[in-house]
Design a protein around this ligand. Sequence first.
Ligand SMILES: *[C@@H]1O[C@H](CO)[C@@H](O)[C@H](O)[C@H]1NC(C)=O
Length: 194
Amino acid sequence: MTNMLIVMFGMIISCYILIGISEARLTIGFYDKTCPDAESIVGGFVRDATEFNPQVPAFLLRLHFHDCFVQGCDGSILIDNGPISEKEAPAHQGLRGFDVIEDAKAQLEFVCPGVVSCADIVAIAARDAVAFSFGPIYKVETGRRDGFVSNKTLADKMPDFRDSIQLLKRKFFEKGLNDKDLVVLSDLVIMYSW
Ligand SMILES: *[C@@H]1O[C@H](CO)[C@@H](O)[C@H](O)[C@H]1NC(C)=O
């Protein structure tokens, strides 16, 4: 009985530790100490690219959405893994804006090597893209780790413009998104899916 209690208590404690870690991982200003200019550097590249091509904000927001929909926001959409790469999946065709992310990453590697994840760069760039497009300004939590898996079969559940509304609703619901999110994001899904 006592042993049982100790085991249960141990489980509860380890769950708390796990929850604590997973909650602590993402924070506003994760790079404030380790790379204080990280967000402004990314913002600078987004602004410059947008001045050059006004479509860039749409590319970056869509890139973020596609990255997050498959295995979470882990930067896996950026991985070049040959023909099996996630980015080769039919659902990801027409994605653009990779160059903005890569330019920002190169500069960040120069300023603070090995600190800022690609997944965070994608998330920050999307936030700035929305802000530069007179959309809502939101704070973005950072501290994502980059994933190492890139497999195009994982993108099979991406929403597709040929999907029925019921199927789209289900795909969004499985990701914790609701009908309103579907309507808001559908412009991107439908307009840029070819
Ligand atoms: C990609 O994912 C599929 C489905 O899970 C799996 O069958 C396949 O072996 C994976 N390919 C690689 C190279 O990991």
